[in-house]
Write a protein that binds this ligand. Structure first.
Ligand SMILES: [Zn+2]
Ligand SMILES: [Zn+2]
Length: 387
């Protein structure tokens, strides 16, 4: 086993994304990889578990060059594990500590200093492509792009930036929790932050959540924690809506049942004054446009689902002024992972943030099955477990 003095290369396994053979279809394969020892400011983590998020598939399938992405690369941007070695000047962890993994931020730009690390000036340039120089393919010696979101948790061992690590050694109750909390670093955190950090709703606000994946469920559970009286869950999968009701949705709308009636008409028939907070996690242009037209004066539309590249939303500016509406873009729920992830863990222990009902585990070697369950919507949050 590696120690903090280790200069050894570790041979391990990773899910490698090669150049896509078809547009927007990730080309994943399980490969032996060599992981280099950690350099200054970096940490070697033995990854225990990694959540799957839509951004993995998106940024492992875009054409080369889009968002700076180059192949072959290793994805994974929600994870947990154990520190096995540290580079020079790493202060926040020691070898053997258990950690959760989240996005990278530089800690020094204005937004980072202002406690908005999700809007770090380097967020896109560092997180989306990652970097070379930390891992290579064992069979060909070909350098891989890793440090995706500072971590590349789809590798059994990975070099992680210290800024991407949350030390949970003192707050974990068991190793099972290390597995369960692996997906807190992106999807659930984003949903939580939409309520906790971005919208801070009043009790009487009508909240509509479009798309009940991990982000939507995180939004729902947090709105419930904030005692919001009207929370509407919208999806096209019945089982997700049933689960949403159990987790606190007061109304559900199945878009498959809408037939000729639009989502907007259905919402106005339920809430004639319109919606105070509309959260779109789908990125569907048609639904996004109806969402904007469904909100009331001083209402907010939170845009978190990524629409097709280049899509532009247009609106009547005079009407927009008169209504005092806001359209808010959202990355990572404007969360500070070191502050907001322990908050979600506290709520989980109080029974208010039951992610155990939303997670399904897969052996990392069964990754194809895990990705398929994610794509067809049958599993809300697949978590790959390395053994
Ligand atoms: Zn920054
Ligand atoms: Zn994500």
């Amino acid at each position: 086993m590696a120690t903090n003095q280790s200069k050894e290369v570790i041979v391990t396994q990773a899910i490698v994304a090669s150049e896509p053979l078809e547009p927007l279809k990730p080309n994943y394969s399980l490969e032996d990889v060599d992981v280099y020892p950690p350099a200054e400011g970096d940490i070697l983590v033995e990854v225990r578990a990694a959540g799957i998020c839509h951004t993995d598939n998106l940024l492992c399938s875009v054409p080369r060059g889009i968002h700076g992405v180059i192949y072959p690369k290793v994805g994974g941007h929600e994870g947990s594990g154990i520190v096995r070695a540290i580079g020079a000047n790493v202060r926040s962890v020691k070898v053997g500590d258990r950690v959760l993994l989240s996005f990278y931020s530089c800690s020094s730009c204005g937004q980072c200093q202002d406690q908005h690390p999700a809007y770090c000036q380097k967020f896109q340039s560092e997180n989306y492509p990652g970097q070379q120089g930390f891992m290579k393919l064992h069979k060909t010696d070909g350098e891989l792009w890793s440090k995706f979101f500072g971590q590349s948790s789809f590798s059994h061992y990975s070099i992680v930036a210290e800024q991407s690590v949350i030390n949970v050694e003192s707050i974990l109750n068991s190793d099972d929790e290390l597995k369960l909390f692996a997906p807190l670093g992106c999807g659930f955190q984003t949903g939580m932050g939409i309520i906790q950090n971005i919208t801070q709703p009043k009790l009487t606000d009508v909240i509509v959540i479009l798309g009940m994946g991990a982000v939507g469920m995180g939004t729902l559970m947090t709105a419930k924690i904030h005692d919001c009286k009207t929370i509407v869950a919208v999806d096209r999968i019945g089982s997700r809506l049933e689960l949403a009701e159990k987790l606190g949705a007061t109304h559900i709308i199945n878009t498959k049942d809408l037939k000729n009636n639009s989502l907007k008409n259905t919402i106005f028939s339920m809430f004639p004054d319109g919606v105070n907070i509309f959260v779109d996690t789908t990125g569907s242009p048609t639904l996004l446009e109806q969402a904007l037209e469904s909100i009331c004066k001083l209402g907010k539309l939170v845009v978190v689902g990524v629409p097709p590249t280049g899509y532009e939303l247009s609106f009547d500016v005079t009407r927009h002024i008169n209504m005092g509406r806001s359209i808010v873009g959202c990355i990572e729920g404007d969360c500070v992972p070191n502050r907001d992830i322990p908050q979600m863990i506290k709520w989980y222990r109080e029974g208010k943030f039951p992610i155990d009902r939303l997670v399904q585990y897969f052996n990392a070697t069964d990754f194809q099955q895990a990705f398929a369950s994610f794509k067809d919507g049958s599993v809300i949050k697949p978590v790959l477990v390395w053994t």
